[in-house]
Structure formats: structure tokens, C-alpha cells
Design a protein around this ligand. Structure first.
Ligand code: DGY
Length: 340
């Protein structure tokens, strides 16, 4: 889009569409410096036909994990130069297609690491010490006897073995916290990280040994075709029946049907889940009726500090992309070769 400045010089102005009306003003201001910014005027993700229409005339798309950035959408974005997602995960973006079309795709790593690790620990403590059940017990008036020896007893976290499945930034931040809880930390990742092993005193194990030996198995791998359902019936059978699964990564990594069966059968002790196969969770999902689970609505990165930082980082990525620079958090680097 071209316009004339007050002095009559030619100026290039870009158009950007922002899919959520909850994006902090600070992030919008950053984008308004270089672009005309249109924000979804309704709460929530835009309907698909709205998104397809809105993307048609913009140079930049600022999105969330709730939008499917697939080939149809990328094709509809005739002028699209960049898709900036306010998320670290990018399984909602068809990267091959974006690259083929010369469209940059960015994400927001780093700024949410500690928030996600905090929530992971919160979930671990909540499920092991039955904190959600305990809260409910007090609120609904069930608490009659001042103290009783075995009321709502759970299991220790301190001193137990934590298995980390996926030792990226978040896995490492969880391992650091675990050391403060006197835990033995073992991990599996497709790429071994000996530096982290030395620095944190953690141990690499093959995946099946992590699964067998963990008291808490915490999932931190991205969702890819290789990791989809990579914790399923066979893995639950290998786990201790006193063990818990914590998932703050992506629902698709843990086979939910197999998990529900394992929880029902007592194959494992419990699960604390921030993510699900279908989000929001449907009202007939059996997990909603189970006592040995703690559930959260995909909010592991949900601290005001972290969400604001994510929003700002996504905006900076978008502005860099529009201004012809390489965005700091470019995912599909191959696109640079295509663009020449
Ligand atoms: C992400 O960033 O990928 C989360 O799932 C949303 O915070």
C-alpha cells in the first residue's frame, strides 16, 4: 500500500490483521508505527470465513494458536509477507506451504519459559497433594473434623523421580525447579544435551526407561507427526501405578483415549493436564468426571508478565518482517533462500 507523506514523499504503509481483541495495547502500538492495524472486533477467534476475508488484503497476520494457518488461508493472503504467532508452539501453521509461498512465519520462544515451568510445577503439586479436591472439600462443607490422620492424603513430590520428556527451554526450566525439590531428574530427548546434564545434574535415559522410572512424567515435546500419541497404551503400561503424567505441551502428544483408560484402570495414579486433544474440552469428555485428574484450560503461559512479553515479541517479529529484516524468531529459515 502506498501513500504520500505531508511533504509529498512516497511512503509504504502496510496492513496488518490481528485475530484477537485481547492483544495488549503495547503490542498494537508497535505495529501501528509501520502499519494500518485492523483488530478482530469480537472476543475469540474469528470465524473461518471472516479470517479468509480479512487476510485477503493484508501484508501481515498476527495470530494465535486458535487459528489454523493452512494452505487455504495462506493462499487467501495474496499479499501476505509474514504470519506472526503469539505462541511458542507452531503446530497450527503449515510451514512448508508458508515457505513455498515465501511467507515468513514467526513464534515467541523464551519469554514464556518460566511461566510454563511454574505452572507445570503447580500442576504437579496439585495432583500429587490433591489440592483441587481439598479446596472443593472445604468449600462444599465436607470438612467436619478438625484434623484426621488420613484425610485427603496424597503423595510426596519432594525427593521423587521426575522424568522430562523433551528437554528444550521449558524442560530445562522444569528440571531447575525440580532440583529445589530434591528430585532425581531423568530425561529423554531426540537430541542429548550433555551440557545441561552437567550443569543441572540430570541424567539422559532412553525414552522407555524414563517412562518406567518416573514418579512424575512431564511432557515438553512439540507436537509433530513423530510425537503425536507418543504416550499411549503401551507407555502407560510401562509406568509405575503410583506415577502421574503432567502435560503442558500439546494434547495430541498424549493419547487421550488411552490416558482415560489408564486412569480408569489404575494403571497410573493420575494426570494433570493443561492441554487436550480437543480444546475447549467437550462437555462429555470423561476426564471431567474423574477425581484423579487436575485440569486447566491451556494457560501454562498465562501470567500477565509472560503474555505481555509474548504479545510484544510477536509484534516485533511482525514489524521486522514487514520492514525487510530477518525477524528474530523466524521459524521457516528456508524461506530466506527462496526469497533470495
Ligand atoms: C504456546 O505458546 O504455544 C502455548 O501453547 C500458548 O501459550
Amino acid at each position: 500500500m502506498e501513500a504520500r507523506t505531508a511533504r509529498g514523499n512516497l511512503k509504504v504503509t502496510y496492513r496488518v490483521y490481528v485475530t484477537s481483541n485481547e492483544v495488549p495495547e503495547k503490542a498494537l502500538e508497535i505495529m501501528r508505527k509501520v502499519a494500518e492495524v485492523r483488530v478482530n472486533d469480537k472476543y475469540g477467534t474469528p470465524a473461518r470465513e471472516v479470517l479468509l476475508r480479512e487476510v485477503a488484503d493484508v501484508d501481515g497476520l498476527y495470530c494465535n494458536i486458535t487459528e489454523k494457518i493452512d494452505s487455504e488461508l495462506l493462499a487467501a493472503g495474496k499479499r501476505l509477507k509474514i504470519v506472526a504467532s503469539m505462541s511458542v508452539g507452531f503446530d497450527h501453521i503449515d510451514l512448508d506451504e508458508a515457505t513455498r509461498r515465501g511467507i515468513l512465519a514467526t513464534h515467541t520462544p523464551g519469554v514464556l519459559t518460566e511461566a510454563v515451568a511454574d505452572e507445570t510445577f503447580g500442576l504437579m503439586l496439585a495432583i500429587a497433594r490433591r489440592l483441587v479436591e481439598a479446596d472443593q472439600y472445604v468449600r462444599d462443607g465436607s470438612w467436619k473434623l478438625k484434623w484426621s490422620p488420613m484425610l485427603l492424603v496424597g503423595r510426596d513430590v519432594y525427593g521423587k523421580t521426575l522424568g522430562i520428556y523433551g528437554l528444550g527451554r521449558i524442560g530445562i526450566a522444569v528440571a531447575r525447579r525440580a532440583k529445589g525439590f530434591g528430585m532425581k531428574v531423568i530425561y529423554y530427548d531426540a537430541i542429548r544435551n550433555e551440557e545441561a546434564e552437567r550443569a543441572l545434574g540430570i541424567e539422559f535415559r532412553p525414552k522407555d526407561r524414563v517412562i518406567r522410572e518416573s514418579d512424575f512424567l512431564s511432557v515438553h515435546v512439540p507436537l509433530t507427526p513423530e510425537t503425536r500419541n507418543s504416550i499411549s497404551t503401551q507407555e502407560f503400561k510401562m509406568m509405575k501405578n503410583t506415577a502421574y503424567v503432567i502435560n503442558t505441551a500439546r494434547g495430541g502428544v498424549v493419547d487421550e483415549k488411552a490416558l482415560i483408560e489408564a486412569l480408569r484402570a489404575g494403571t497410573i495414579a493420575g494426570a494433570a493436564l493443561d492441554v487436550f486433544e480437543r480444546e475447549p474440552v467437550e462437555s462429555d469428555n470423561p476426564l471431567l468426571k474423574m477425581k484423579n485428574v487436575v485440569l486447566a484450560p491451556h494457560l501454562a503461559s498465562g501470567s500477565i508478565e509472560s503474555r505481555t512479553a509474548m504479545a510484544v515479541l510477536a509484534a516485533n517479529n511482525l514489524v521486522a518482517g514487514l520492514s525487510g529484516q530477518t525477524p528474530p524468531n523466524l521459524i521457516n529459515r528456508q524461506v530466506l533462500q527462496r526469497r533470495g
